[in-house]
Design a binder for this molecule. Structure first.
Ligand code: ADP
Length: 410
């Protein structure tokens, strides 16, 4: 029987999971899926490494008491039935949104760490409580499992202070009102892939465009974050599927004076803005590109405009640009968005080969062209699994050699 690592990514209404088998120095994805509809009508889905369905089932009608602990319990029973003779879980790796200044690397979760993570909840009230609910669910059911927290903010702690600040009184910086940056696990994965694929480029000045339903850019020098578009929260920077992106704080003051309360403003900024808000029809780039409605075209135009502007800004922060990398749902799958962004960056010497772009090749700029342009699929779960295994090995006093991550297919 092989060891297995479970990766959990807990959201407000869902628990996403991946299960990796550990064999020698390799982590192999064996299943990936999610339980959606927590607190309402939970639904369980799982696929194998090739994307074939392993499970697709409603877990019952109205189940308001079915939260993260119940979801982990269901996952455990299913995994035992599915893989019981082959794999035995030894650890759970969690995606943890906020690590503050204290947690800058993957951390073994014990009672002390758990209470320090709880103290960070005011910084991310919409996300961290769910991440921690999943940790507690595992403690309730399987206190024997090692648990490791991997942080979305950690990759950005190499940013210089000047890129971490707002133009607010200095004491607020100390209180945590600073530009933390997010999507760090994705950027860490891309930095690692780039080091492997193009080591000379990864040592230079690179901008990574993580364009998914959440979107941000990260400027890296020698594989380390020096600046990023997301700030204190996951609202800042680029417009996203339903989030506003960069916004003059005067707008919030205006809305408050108009009688809007915090909940209504929060709902507007997180759920009703961005591509959905501008188009009035969808948060999905595919739907907007297929539409002939002027509002859909305007939403796409705004999205591309903001990406191009922010890449210009981060290029200035880097003092030049050697490579641009597209990743995440839109970045990996939309040749049209890549082409339009690159067209807007022609002044910077960015050119792409239309065929390579259409085929989604790894390198989509012509050979010898600088800045070079790349499409690299991201895999945050693989980063978490790899860190979790490293912690397990350290605890067991085993060999600390780097784990080879098998390429994952969705
Ligand atoms: P997240 O992990 O943040 O939920 P993803 O990185 O999976 O997001 O990206 C999801 C988004 O990717 C969807 O909102 C969808 O708009 C976009 N997407 C997926 N495939 C395509 C495609 N072929 N063309 C354009 N956009 C796509």
């Amino acid at each position: 029987m092989s060891d297995a690592i479970i990766v959990l990514n807990a959201g407000s209404f869902s628990l996403k999971f991946s299960i990796y088998g550990v064999a020698n120095r390799e982590l192999n994805l064996v299943a990936r899926g999610q339980i959606e509809g927590l607190g309402t009508s939970p639904h369980f889905k799982a696929k194998d490494q090739q994307g074939r369905s392993l499970a697709h089932a409603s877990l019952g009608g109205s189940m308001p008491g079915f939260g993260h602990p119940e979801a982990f319990a269901h996952l455990s029973v299913w995994a035992r039935q599915q893989f019981g003779g082959k794999f035995s879980p030894v650890a759970v790796g969690h995606r943890m949104v906020h690590g503050g200044t204290e947690f800058t690397s993957p951390t073994l979760i014990d009672a002390e760490v758990l209470s320090r993570l709880e103290r960070l909840i005011p910084l991310v009230p919409l996300h961290q409580p769910h991440n921690l609910a999943a940790v507690k669910g595992v403690i309730q059911l399987r206190p024997d499992l090692i648990q490791v927290a991997c942080f979305d903010t950690a990759f950005h702690r190499t940013k210089p202070k000047v890129a971490d600040r707002f133009g607010l009184p200095d004491e607020m910086f100390g209180q945590g009102v600073r530009r933390w940056g997010f999507h760090g696990l994705s950027y860490e994965f891309i930095a690692g892939q780039l080091r492997r694929i193009a080591p000379d480029i990864s040592a230079g000045r690179v901008i990574v465009a993580h364009l998914g339903s959440g979107a941000s850019l990260c400027a890296m020098k020698d594989g380390q974050s020096v600046d990023t578009t997301m700030g204190f929260s996951a609202l800042d920077g680029l417009p996203m599927g339903t989030r506003c992106g960069n916004l003059d704080p005067g707008v919030i003051l205006f809305l408050l004076r108009q009688g809007w309360n915090v909940d209504r403003i929060e709902d507007l900024l997180y759920k009703k803005s961005g591509l959905l808000g501008i188009s009035g029809m969808s948060n999905d780039v595919r739907v907007l590109l297929a539409s002939d409605r002027p509002a859909a075209a305007e939403a796409i135009e705004f999205f591309v405009h903001r990406i191009v502007r922010e890449i210009g800004s981060l290029t200035a922060a880097l003092g030049g640009l050697d490579a641009l990398v597209f990743t995440a749902g839109i970045g990996e799958n939309s040749p049209v968005i890549r082409q339009r962004v690159c067209k807007g960056l022609a002044w910077l010497g960015v050119h792409i080969d239309p065929d390579a772009n259409g085929h989604g090749s790894t390198r989509i700029s012509p050979a010898g062209q600088s800045p070079s342009v790349w499409v690299i699929p991201t895999d945050e779960e693989a980063v978490i699994a790899s860190h979790t295994l490293a912690v397990v090995r350290a605890l067991k006093g085993g060999p600390q050699e780097e784990t080879r991550l098998c390429r994952l297919t969705d």
